[in-house]
Design a binder for this molecule. Sequence first.
Ligand SMILES: [Zn+2]
Length: 422
Amino acid sequence: MPDKAGHVDIDLERSAERIDHDVQSLTGSDYTLSAEAIRRYAYRPEYRATLDYFTHAWQELGFTVSEDPVGNFVARNRPPGEPVFGVGSHCDSNRNGGRWDGTLGVVCALEVCRASAEHGLDLPLQAISFLEEEGSGFGQMVLGSRIVAGRVSEQELREQIHAIDDGRPFWEHAQEAGYEPARWRECAHILDDLSGWIELHIEQGRVLQDTGRRLGVVSAIAGYVHGDIRITGRADHAGATPMDMRADSGVVAAETIIELERLARAAGSGTVGTVGEIEIAPGLINAIPGRTRISLDVRGPEDEAVHGVIRDIERFAQRAAAERGTKASYSQRQTVPATPMDERLVAALEAAASASGESFTTMISGAAHDTMCVAERVPAAMVFVPCRDGLSHTPEEDANPADAALGVQVILGAISAMVEPG
Ligand SMILES: [Zn+2]
């Protein structure tokens, strides 16, 4: 039984073995479209086989398994209407994916359910595996959980979201696979009974590995702004134009890139800023850059800090441009707000992680996850486990089942503490 700190002892070795067995089983040829990578996505036979694998495993535990009108997978051990605690992730995989991203979270949700039964905890649980997190089938990230959260429109589902393989609409593919996309609004109900939600995922970065920690408790999922700065100068001849007669947009871009690094560092609290694209015109060795575009990717757990960096870099670019006789303008492509995790749930996970005696840290997720869409309605948090060299979305992806088993133990401890009466 759990003690006051929500500590639960499970057979870590046995859990690690089962987790490893499930993850390795799902690399078999029935479960991936490619022999070189773990490639699976919605409505394909490999994806169906993966859901069947999990259906069988959860039914063996006495859970009731269902799928919502578009194919989000649900398994629960209490009747509808009774409160349950949610665990899960996604089991689709990037086209060049590995075996751990997403799948590990569903496998660990299964292990949470197994260990809860095995150790007599009998926690009220509901597992979810969200459809199309990676966008491999339809080019849309976190699609299943966005449908659940009502963050897509019917028109998008009917006409605007197309399969990468054949260009036909999501709607048609869902229908052909036996689903009822016309009832997509009912997908929201899969969150109705959840008193909380925890997703376990590989970190997809190197923080845990490089600091020697076995677990990360996620306190927020970063929001981001994507935009561009365009600088317009004069594309004069590189030889015939003296240095003090130039309007060089490339130099302004260079100054702006350096300033973005400074601003992101100064903003602190996990804010990061990146220029990943540079486009120079005319792009010739003997021409002064007349026009330069740089992309901006600014992220962090605090929206104010992120938007502050964007505001300051825009001002800087305009000032720097004016000083060199050029002009700079900023345009935004997309912005997504940060998602703070539930404080009580984070504290419960930290307490359970402390009680385990193993090294962990509280951290921010820089990558997007389905939990962003769950957190709007349900107190939510995430647990990260290290992945080798931070690699993900590659067959090289690697993680340690023993760390995942520790994650399962910590999640069980936190859930026990959260669902206990009083
Ligand atoms: Zn993932």
